[in-house]
Design a protein around this ligand. Structure first.
Ligand code: HPA
Length: 264
């Protein structure tokens, strides 16, 4: 009903906290409030800037989810599922997730960008629990190649071309909304986590289930608990999110062009 005739997006993307300003870069935007979308009318969605934006970036048609749904808000997996399935339903073959994260590495500092190359699901539950719809994807989903190797190459190449330093690492997802304790962070380091956050993983599982190729890009907003004398706060997240967000705003259009050329 709202989709412009002939609109055939390739890439769906979601903008994490502090990163939603990127949506302003979308050309010919058509914005649809989440509340107007079937499956999202539960009222569980907090009102601010929750928009599905259709448009172009660097000449490539995209679907942008501006405003993420988090489990810690009390949102059910059904709502998160509805968002990912819209991306698939509109015909996208790729999904780019962006997020603000804490860094578990001393050499990866606030304001820097990290490409997500794998994850650890430390949220209780899995968004695929329940009856499986075989028309969408298989019961048992491989997570071997959750973060697509071709898209990782495309992202690295784009960052290099622009001269933007890009780390890569493993994202561990907590339920939140409390931040971690220093003891939890020490444990997560031993598990092999480089980054910690409260989102990404449910979406990526859903995206892989419906056959989307996934790329992930994180902005470090703080060193994780116990690693710095600075206290972790949502304000700090927004501050460094903005600094990293400016780099992201350059990298994403380049990546989208590179990825869409590599995909065809
Ligand atoms: N922990 C969890 N989520 C986060 C953090 C963190 O340190 N920083 C930004 N999101």
């Amino acid at each position: 009903r709202y989709v412009p005739p002939g609109f055939a997006p390739k890439i769906g993307m979601i903008l994490g906290s502090g990163l939603s300003a990127f949506a302003e870069q979308i050309e010919n935007p058509v914005s649809i409030p989440y509340q107007a979308i079937p499956g999202l009318q539960t009222g569980a969605v907090s009102g601010h800037a929750s928009l599905l934006v259709l448009g172009q970036i660097n000449g490539v048609s995209v679907v942008c989810l501006r405003g993420r749904l988090h489990k810690y808000e009390g949102v059910e997996y059904e709502s998160i599922r509805a968002l990912i399935h819209i991306v698939r339903h509109l015909g996208c073959s790729m999904y780019l997730t962006t997020a603000a994260v804490g860094s578990l590495r001393e050499d990866v500092l606030p304001g820097e960008l990290v490409m997500i190359n794998d994850h650890i699901n430390f949220q209780p539950g899995n968004p695929l629990v329940g009856p499986n719809d075989e028309s969408i994807g298989p019961r048992f989903v491989s997570m071997d190649d959750a973060y697509d190797l071709g898209l990782q190459d495309a992202m690295r190449a784009s960052a290099k071309r622009l001269g933007i330093p890009l780390h890569s690492g493993v994202y561990l997802s907590t339920l939140g909304p409390s931040f971690e304790t220093p003891a939890e962070i020490r444990a997560f380091k031993k598990w092999g986590a480089d980054l910690v956050g409260m989102s990404v993983v449910p979406e990526v599982i859903l995206a892989r289930h419906c056959g989307l190729r996934v790329a992930g890009l994180a902005v470090v907003t703080n060193l994780a608990a116990g690693m710095s004398s600075e206290k972790i706060s949502h304000e700090g997240t927004l501050h460094y999110g903005e600094i990293g967000g400016r780099k992201m705003a350059k990298l994403i259009p380049e990546f989208i062009k590179e990825a869409s050329n590599a995909m065809v």
